[in-house]
Design a protein around this ligand. Sequence first.
Ligand code: BV8
Length: 245
Amino acid sequence: MEDLLSRLRSARSVFVLTGSGISAESGLPTFRGVGGLWRTHRVEELASPEGFGRDPHLVWTWYNERKAAHHRAKPNAGHYALAQLETTIADFTLCTQNVDSLHLRAGSRNIIELHGNLREARCTRCDVRRPLDGAGLPLDELHHSCGGLFRPNIVWFGEPLPRAPWRRARVGAAQADVILVVGTSAVVYPAASLATRYSAKAYIAEINPEDTAISGRVDCVIRETAASALPKIVKAVSLNSRADG
Ligand code: BV8
């Protein structure tokens, strides 16, 4: 941990990649933590254009349940710690795979929502947007007047990531002095490649209570939860910054 703290204290640029694990202590289930299932359906099956095409009502029922859970959830100490860390680092990028908006609600500023978010839906035909309230989309309002269907504004499996956020994420990772990988199993690509592929110089630290697909490729592994480890890290870094004046 000391090595990570000294790297963070001298870092000009920090890149953070988060996954559903950082929201676990806000009461939101992770993807594979529930065995990758919702009721009897595989998550990858529901979060795909094919799944939506087969049964849009079922897919919206799943997203409406998740949206309601996001609405009830509160950011946890891990989210707030990252928002505080951002204020001490000159160049800070927070790239999340999560669609729960908890980083936004915790006060983080430079956020890349790589897989979209559940704050709005968009029409499959004309791309018009409509905001989603805490209950999501009423199942009798799926159809747009143009003849299209409203879908969650989210990147599904088999869909390309939006160009601009993906480019920003690669640039952020490439120029980072320190990369923090928090609460992700690092199995979903291309997001997972941000942890180790784009930076030759970064010091990479993983914060996760369990082993992941990249644990053997990082410089520092902190086997703790996000809400436990991040506040300690940020406090140690901030104290030192104040000591330096
Ligand atoms: C793409 C939005 C190409 C949806 C998500 C076959 C066909 C097609 C594609 C593929 C294929 N095989 C592989 C692929 C690529 C595919 C992929 O990677 N699949 C995986 C399953 C192998 N990727 C894609 O399809 C991507 N697109 O490749 O496009 C292309 C290019 C051009 C033209 C056309 C196509 C798009 C992927 C985006 C999918 N959308 N989310 C939604 O949210 O409903 S991904 C989804 O998984 C979430 O975003 C989630 O964040 C992400 C990753 O999961 P994790 O966050 O890591 O969650 P997980 O449960 O796995 O892990 C949680 C971790 O937290 C664990 O390690 C746990 O130990 C830890 N933890 C638990 N508690 C805590 C904790 N850590 C800290 N503190 C705690 N308290």
